[in-house]
Design a protein around this ligand. Structure first.
Ligand SMILES: [Zn+2]
Ligand SMILES: [Zn+2]
Length: 446
């Protein structure tokens, strides 16, 4: 994917000028630190699950209104409808860039030793989406100031998205947001989408910026087996679904582990349920959901191959252990799998310079990860047209301050709050540098 507007060779001042702008934004964002901390504390203490972010979205609207930013859409999304689209108007006729933050929390009980912790039982911001919401509000302040001073070269659309953690496409917040953008003719206006994710599993300064595929495509397939069940005494003559599922799991692991190590495909199941089971009972039904992640440009073809392989492995395992032919097989790939997140090389250059100006002790790495992120739907909605974008992951652990590296979606998840102004500054810098870039493409200098 590259930009092909007009035939002119694009000459932009990659690097220094973009970095210097970031340094300016960083100084301005640091002045917002106490306000950012206040918002972060409020969001962190009051987490809401996907589709239920009523309070959070109310607070966001309040802050945007305080800044005098136009709210283009609200109550967007599945369930309660909590998504918000806002627009900061810059130079008239300039390009349009979109920045995205997600707002949802997870059904996890936060570690009780945390000083700053959730006030809700079994609901916690364990992925840092509270930092994203806070960070984008900070960026809104910076960008509105620029707009008021006549320094914003175009418009910036702010997307406060619900429900990122839901894997079903129907519930996925970004799908609902894209639908809104399409229905209001905004998606066609947007030149590029940017998103930022804080990472508690990496130290501050770590930033993953790689051209091409950043996150693999992700989807699930449900495998259900039904059998007559019965007494365990008949385990050698009647089908035992424990044995069959064990074989399916081992066989799929054997086939896909090698590919998974090269990050191209990963197939694994975190849970298998057995119905009507007991220690001396042959279960009557079993089902498992296998996650299918593919980090390749050819993910559509590979996915078809993967599903065919799964089908064959299941059929073979059943045939081997069901001489009576009583076992019924159901294979259901869940609809709405996520495409890969593909980063545009030109936008990665802009991001690199923007990060250099805004992130302390910048240490760039280039890795493809088999994580899922619904940011992918902004860039590509299945057969729909592609819009360039870049998703930037920024390290947020700080062992020197007693905040060790820790996995996402865990009760001990924490970030260094000094990362908040970095997120705000980086969002604002990405937007302005990208607006200037698209402006140059449109009006190349002779
Ligand atoms: Zn998450
Ligand atoms: Zn997340």
């Amino acid at each position: 994917m590259s930009f092909t507007e007009g035939e002119q060779e694009v000459t932009t001042n990659h690097g220094l000028e973009q970095q210097e702008f970031g340094e300016r934004m960083r100084v301005e964002a640091q002045e917002l630190q106490s306000e950012l901390e206040k918002n972060y504390k409020d969001f962190h203490e009051n987490p809401e699950l996907g589709g239920e972010e009523k309070r959070t979205s109310g607070r966001v609207i309040e802050e945007l209104e305080k800044l005098g930013i136009e709210i283009v859409g609200k109550e967007i999304g599945y369930k309660m409808g909590t998504g918000i689209v806002a627009r900061i108007k810059g130079k008239q006729g300039g390009p349009v860039i979109a920045l995205r933050a997600d707002m949802d929390a997870l059904p996890i009980q936060e570690d009780s030793s945390h000083e700053l912790r959730s006030k809700k039982d079994k609901v916690m911001h364990a992925c840092g989406h509270d930092a994203h919401t806070t960070g984008l509000l900070g960026a809104a302040t910076l960008l509105k100031d620029l707009a008021d001073n006549g320094e914003l070269p175009g418009d910036v659309i702010l997307l406060f998205q619900p429900s990122e953690e839901k894997t079903h496409q129907k519930e996925s917040g970004s799908v609902q947001m894209v639908k809104f953008l399409e229905e209001h003719g905004l998606r066609n206006e947007i030149k590029a989408f940017f998103g930022i994710h804080v990472r508690s599993d990496h130290e501050r300064g770590w930033v993953n910026l790689k051209d091409g595929i950043q996150f693999g495509s992700s989807g699930e397939i449900d495998i259900t087996l039904k059998s007559p069940g019965g007494h365990i005494m008949n385990a050698y003559t009647e089908p035992n679904l424990n044995l069959i599922f064990a074989e399916i799991t081992v066989e799929l692991d054997k086939i896909f582990r090698a590919a998974g190590e090269s990050k191209e495909a990963l197939i694994a199941s975190g849970r298998t349920n057995f119905a009507g089971s007991g220690y001396n009972v042959l279960p009557a039904a079993a089902d498992s959901t296998f996650v299918v992640r593919i980090a390749s440009e050819r993910y559509r073809e590979i996915r078809t191959d993967v599903l065919n392989t799964i089908q064959k492995v299941v059929a073979d395992a059943v045939a081997r252990h069901d001489p009576t032919k009583k076992v019924q097989i159901e294979l259901t790939p869940r609809p709405g799998y996520r495409p890969v997140i593909h980063r545009d090389p030109e936008l990665v250059k802009i991001a690199d310079a923007s990060v250099a100006g805004t992130v302390d002790d910048y240490h760039r790495v280039e890795v493809t990860e088999n994580a899922g992120e619904d940011f992918c739907f902004y860039l590509e909605k299945f057969a729909d047209k592609q819009i360039p974008g870049t998703f930037v992951c920024v390290g947020a652990a700080n062992p020197d301050k007693g905040i060790p590296k820790i996995g996402h979606h865990t009760p001990k998840f924490r970030i260094d709050s000094d990362v908040l102004p970095e997120v705000s500054a980086l969002h604002a810098t990405l937007a302005v540098n990208a607006l200037k870039y698209f402006e140059n493409i449109r009006r190349p200098q002779n």
